[in-house]
Design a protein around this ligand. Structure first.
Ligand code: HEM
Length: 421
């Protein structure tokens, strides 16, 4: 690819202006799956396409330590968390905490707690003139995940504070001004709060297999417990992303609103496969994480491009989920595309790619889809509601994406299925 004059300028502003299409657009222009640019004042390489996913998750070529900008660590992830580890240290913590709890735990425990929260909340929603779905689902998820984690029950006020803090950390990394600051403050407070439970669990010698006790008892390569701060970061690495799935439940509600035939199909049908395709398509179609980042572990060449050791590299998660070489009609919402075809771990990457046991792929694809399924069941079978006029446009510059109105519903009524299903 011939460099254009633009390639010599820092592209951070362009990335922030179009976070979800930045890589795709420039790669298309370059006619290649890889191009070089400058981001945050340093040389960076952006990659897209299924082959790039294989490359990116090859641990001999990429490491995570030092890859995430400080603003992401100070809001979304926290410092010293599993996202920043490599090699044996990464595997030990990933398997010891996350794969153990998320990938092999009793699969239904957290979705069942969430279903209970939905059922309990519906009567109170029906008395309200409007319900902002995004915030309310975030609250239900917060209550459910804190209970699942083994934290003491949260009263209503505390649950709202924790939900707001976790959602603020998710909202902040790509923001400027007050939204970013809110995320910074929320992270400090949430870490302090989570750290207290870790210390208490240790003081009590708690060993009941709950997520809290697993984090509190986890030891590093040196056999020592995690320090209070790191343990708090990892406890929040379990709580926060569960609450993050509120965004996808909101998008599922938008999809039901824009295509009522799916609402009808899911309301009347009893086909778990339909529900699965619908939820997978929500994860593919709607924007959430635009990219993820790593650094070249050593110098190598790929597709005619040189990656010097230490080169910041961005993988185009959203673009790959809309790559026309993988997905027919990529910009159409078509759950039936999953019928008879299962994408592999390098083609469908809403939560990263490759093998979560060895690499940095999210440990919780199935858990996330199960939580979304509870939400979609609630929206289609357990309640009726109307969607008042509102601004449902999703600004292309906002990451993480959300409609301007955050999806408001009205006239909520619980159906008889709310207690029966
Ligand atoms: C809305 C739902 C979710 C989304 C969009 C999401 C997305 C992601 C993405 C994109 C990554 C990074 C992949 C990479 O950099 O290679 C990731 C990693 C991670 N996710 Fe999720 N995730 C979600 C739900 C969850 C849940 C429910 C949990 C845990 C209960 C979870 C825990 C983690 C952890 C611990 C990592 C770091 C893994 C590592 O670095 O090895 N996520 N997730």
């Amino acid at each position: 690819m011939k460099p254009t004059p633009l390639d010599h300028l820092d592209a951070t502003v362009a990335l922030l202006a179009r976070p979800y299409t930045f890589v795709q657009d420039r790669a298309r222009k370059a006619g290649a799956d890889v191009f070089e640019t400058r981001l945050l004042g340093q040389a960076a390489t952006c990659v897209t396409g299924a082959d790039a996913v294989r490359l990116f998750y090859d641990e001999s070529r990429f490491v995570r330590h030092g890859a995430m900008p400080a603003r992401v660590l100070k809001t979304l992830f926290g410092e010293g968390g599993v996202q920043t580890l490599d090699g044996a240290g990464h595997r030990r913590r990933k398997r010891g905490i996350f794969m153990r709890l998320v990938a092999t735990d009793d699969r239904d425990a957290l979705p069942e707690l969430l279903a209970r929260e939905w059922r309990e909340a519906l009567p109170s929603w029906s008395g309200r003139s409007r319900v902002e779905l995004f915030a309310e689902v975030g609250l239900l998820l917060t209550r459910a995940v804190c209970r699942w984690a083994g934290l003491p029950p949260l009263d209503d006020r505390r649950a709202r504070i924790v939900a707001a803090q976790l959602m603020a950390t998710i909202d902040a990394p790509a923001a400027l001004g007050p939204r970013y600051l809110r995320g910074r403050i929320a992270r400090t407070e949430a870490e302090r709060w989570a750290g207290r439970f870790v210390l208490r669990a240790r003081a009590e010698g708690r060993d009941d297999g709950s997520p809290l006790s697993v984090v509190a008892r986890h030891t590093g390569d040196d056999g020592a417990l995690l320090d209070r701060h790191t343990a708090a970061v990892e406890l929040l690495n379990l709580l926060r992303p569960v609450v993050a799935s509120a965004r996808w439940t909101m998008f599922a509600a938008m999809a039901l609103h824009s295509d009522p035939s799916w609402r009808e199909r899911l309301r009347t049908g009893d086909d778990p496969v339909d529900l699965d395709y619908f939820v997978q398509e929500v994860r593919r179609f709607y924007p959430f994480f635009p990219v993820t980042a790593a650094k070249a572990a050593r110098s190598f060449d790929w597709e005619g491009h040189h990656f010097p050791a230490g080169r910041l590299t961005l993988l185009d998660l959203h673009g790959i989920n809309h790559d026309p070489r993988i997905w027919g009609d990529p910009d159409g919402f078509r759950p039936d595309r999953f019928r008879g075809w299962e994408p592999n771990a390098y083609q469908f990457v809403p939560q990263g790619g490759g093998d979560p046991n060895d690499g940095h792929r999210c440990p919780a694809d199935w858990l996330t889809t199960d939580l979304m399924k509870v939400g979609v069941r609630a929206l289609t079978r357990w309640m009726t509601y109307t969607v008042p006029p509102q601004d449902l446009r999703i600004p292309p510059f906002r990451a993480p994406a959300q409609p301007r109105s955050r999806f408001v519903v009205a006239d909520v009524a619980a159906t008889k299925h709310a207690q029966e299903d």
